[in-house]
Every structure is written in C-alpha cells, then in structure tokens.
Design a protein. Sequence first.
Length: 124
Amino acid sequence: MQKIAIVQHDDAIRNMYKLKFEQGRFRVKTARCGQTALDLLRDFWPDVVLMDMHLPFLSGLEAVERLQNYPLFSRPKIILTSNLDEEQAAKKFGHLGIDGYILKANHTPSEILGIVQGMIGATA
C-alpha cells in the first residue's frame, strides 16, 4: 500500500483529498502546517508528500526547503500544490528540485489522485 502525507491548511480541502486518496488505496496522514508535516515525517515516511505552499506558521516552501536536507535515497517525492500558474510556480519553486506541481484550481481531487498515482507508479 502506497503512503501519502497531505499537507493543507484548509480543513475541507484536506479532508476531501484524504478521502479521495483513501479510496485510491493509499495510507494517508495529514497535517495542517509545514512544521506539523515535518514532525509527522519523523514517524510516517510516505512515498509522496502533497504539500500546499500557503500554510500557517511554517510555509510549504520552508518545509520543502528543510526536506531537501534529507538524503536523496530516503526523501519522498514532493508535489507542490498552489493556485499560482505554472510559469509563476516555476520561477518561485524551480530551485527546490520538486517532483511535481499541481495547480489546484484546475484539477479535481480525482484528477489529483490520478496525477500522483502516475508519478509514483501506483494503481487504484
């Protein structure tokens, strides 16, 4: 079973993604902010982290920068989510070496599940 950490400050969106990924047979853990996500990763090492960029306390950008310190062989795939268009995102996040970027406003939770499955080779 694939594992995913969903980091999203909006409760409704976080719960909607959680439900969709559980339906897709993922083991899911969630966090509301970047610091909580980093704490979560101490005990739950997912295959992929779906990280919103606009988080309280410790932003998604800061959390991703801290994740870059993990050894490459143990680092999960990191997919950023935001409502910035792709050109803006590439300028802002390109230096982080992320594995993917999803523009939330253009994708349903089902489409996001499909994108993540495709990136990590998982099937429902």
